[in-house]
Write a protein that binds this ligand. Structure first.
Ligand code: HPA
Length: 278
């Protein structure tokens, strides 16, 4: 029996109760090592995932598991500090994307998704950021199964999965802040292994600039539900074969932590400016 509707409703009802009348239109999903942007949110209400009925719990080291509501760049936002990955193995795709649908139920209209990613594009360097213009999905599609008509259509269009005007705005802001921001294609694979060098060559040939193990399921669920999406990758390493060293989660997390301040400053500015004319 498909109990998704009930699970989503229960989780959303619980969170609404905790939000004390706030109704954020903007949500942010914080990726590996990038969770500290949440500390910049003012007037915070923290809701641990573990307290939310029917909600999954994050198992990855370095990923906290909280919703944080409050003000960022003068906007009411709700941030997910910690996300769920297919490779964790605990979740089917419906559960993995449940948080996005809960956000929709809460009234969210814009989703900013961040991640740490490996560079498959040899022009990209550690510490660079990428505004995602499109993706390639190498994971199972999260919309497989009975369609949830209350969220969106059976066959959603993905021509503009990542809002074009938000991409342009991000590039403008990065230029003003003197930050290196590429516009590129993100490829989502299941992990948990990093790619082999041969796979990285193949993925680059397919058109991938950055590779990672997250983001795509959430973006698909968000677009399906009519949420506008903007995706940002932080380049934590060169992908296998392009990197001088073997890859490790420690390297990814360390590099992400180093860039965290810059990333957070950018995101704060981005969120406050981007929605000015919306
Ligand atoms: N490959 C896949 N996922 C990643 C990488 C990578 O090189 N870096 C961070 N997440």
């Amino acid at each position: 029996m498909d109990d998704r509707t009930e699970r989503i409703a229960k989780a959303a009802e619980f969170i609404t109760g905790r939000l004390a009348g706030r109704s954020p239109k903007v949500a942010i999903i914080l990726g590996s090592g990038l969770g500290n942007l949440a500390e910049m949110i003012e007037d915070r209400i923290t809701i641990p995932y573990s307290e939310i009925p029917c909600f999954p719990v994050s198992t990855v080291i370095g990923h906290k598991g909280n919703f944080i509501s409050g003000l960022l760049g003068g906007r009411q936002v709700i941030a997910m500090q910690g996300r769920f990955h297919y490779y964790e193995g605990y979740y089917d795709m419906a559960t993995l994307t449940l948080p996005v649908r809960v956000l929709r139920k809460l009234g969210v209209e814009y989703l900013f998704v961040s991640n740490a990613a490996g560079a498959a594009n040899p022009e990209y360097h550690v510490g660079d950021m990428v505004i995602i213009k499109d993706h390639i999905n190498l994971m199972p599609n999260p919309l497989i199964g009975p369609n949830m008509e209350e969220f969106g259509p059976r066959f959603p269009d993905m021509t503009c999965a990542y809002d074009l005007s938000l991409q342009d705005k991000a590039l403008e802001i990065a230029g003003k802040l003197g930050l290196k921001l590429h516009r590129g294609v993100y490829l989502g694979s299941s992990g948990p292994t990093y790619e082999t060098p041969a796979e990285v060559r193949m993925l680059a040939t397919l058109g991938a600039d950055a590779v990672g193990m997250s983001t795509v399921p959430e973006v698909i669920a968000a677009k399906h539900a009519g949420i506008e999406v903007s995706g940002i990758s932080f380049i934590s390493n060169k992908a296998a074969g392009l990197s001088a060293n073997p890859l490790s989660h420690e390297e990814v997390s360390e590099n992400a932590a180093k860039a965290e301040k810059l990333f957070s400053a950018f995101m704060k500015r981005f969120i406050s400016l981007v929605l000015e004319d919306k």
